[in-house]
Design a protein around this ligand. Sequence first.
Ligand code: HEM
Length: 543
Amino acid sequence: MCGGFLSGAAGSSDGGAGSPFLAGAPSPGGAMRSAGMNLSPAQGGCLHLRRLVRREHPPASLSRRAPPGPFPWPLIGNAAQLGSAPHLSFARLASTYGAVFQLRLGRWPVVVLNGERAIRQALVRQGAAFAGRPPFPSFQLVSGGLSLAFGGYSELWKLHRRAAHATVRAFSTGSPATRRLLERHLVGEARALVALLVRGSAGGAFLDPSRVLVVAVANVMSALCFGRRYSHGDGEFLRLVGRNEQFGRAVGAGSLVDALPWLQRFPSPVRAAYRAFRDLNRDFYGFVRGKFLQHQRSLRPGAAPRDMMDAFIRLQREQPRLQLEHVPATVTDIFGASQDTLSTALQWLLIFLIRYPNVQAKMQEEVDRIVGRDRLPCAEDQPHLPYVMAFLYESMRFSSFVPVTIPHATTTNTFVMGYLIPKDTVIFVNQWSVNHDPAKWSNPEDFDPTRFLDENGFINKDLTSSVMIFSLGKRRCIGEELSKVQLFLFTSILVHQCNFTANPNEDPKMDFTYGLTIKPKPFTLNELFIQSFPCLHALCLEL
Ligand code: HEM
């Protein structure tokens, strides 16, 4: 249905050698050159994936051998071949070498997994063998060097991950009471967001929504983690949470910060990126550690935990095997991982609403019919709003805004699709390739929420579970449930309250910058406030 836009739907994979990261800015045209043709990245990727499907089975003679791959150059390996959109380059390389191929990035041997079959075979069927993380220098800087997300796989790590997962659930979707609490925080932030968007759009002005989105989601997570929110005008807080792009560029698959660390010895963009990354991690961890110390002092014995930080402190006191210094580190991971991913998701959702006004109108029609104008949408409405849910899944599939997971590493010698993969190999998991596989999705380069609806208009759960953005296996995201609730509520409240329009003076192409999350290039919109729910005018929050 909405095919036309796709020609500009993503950034370009040209560039490469000269860019500061393998992940630099896309070329202005946003088109990918492939076999002498100008193709959109999505179209180019699909061609490659079509060939990939045919090449999924390696010939028997290759079994038990190392995966094939392009020739690595001395010193840099294949770093120059990844360009500014490595996920698309991986899809292109997969069309030549197959779903499983190898690269060399500086001194690191890397195997790239493409397509659902290879990824499941590795992450699900051999979970422990693929659950490691590489000892990249940048990973040691996250969360005071004790990160759950960037740390290696061990018995202690398993204990911390279980505790983290249980605590996130206990403070979000674990029980009706905690769901209500999450919803209260979220509705408050959504109201503040609407009010700020209205203010910024006054007199027909166009505004860049990215900053207010970051603060809105950071505030929901700050309330859950630390029991407080911050004003949108708080410069300190904004400085803290406003550096996601710098973070994601340094740790995204293919970052030169880790592939070619010797570049840091000379004044170079890589050195600047490394230092900015080091500083932002120090600030972020320092902020959360300060909260940890305050909570430790004020948590009264026997009192109910006020927030996630209290719950972790309490758990650590009950289970001394959980180490005290891991408490602030794990909360840093949760606060950081959630606000970067969720604010990026909201940016994509808004850009799809303005680029596809018919889709926005259908969502508004559904929300008005089910919710009416006398109240705001709530979590219980979710099963009755299939088109809104279809929009969310299509946005996640189409943008694939976490295109490649955090790099994994093998913990033992193992095999995938018949290929031998030695212990300590770096593994890149290309989620984008699953979400754009033409064998799974018809016209994957079209933005079409109805692909997720059956003939009766209900959500097709088999298809929604095929979207891969939270990864799989032992490293699967622990915030999936919480994220889905948040994205549903933010989206349904925004379309219930507002009508968004694109700035006609901006190029409708949806270019992006690559990193651990891919973010749309800055865009502006105008927001018309729909006459509605009376309480919205009486904002209970300080903006
Ligand atoms: C739409 C939102 C989100 C997306 C798309 C997302 C996606 C991901 C992905 C792809 C990974 C890497 C998995 C791997 O390496 O294989 C990850 C890891 C992680 N995520 Fe999320 N995430 C989201 C929201 C959240 C939230 C809200 C939280 C906090 C509650 C969170 C906490 C984490 C943690 C702690 C890890 C590390 C897991 C590990 O290494 O074992 N994420 N996420």
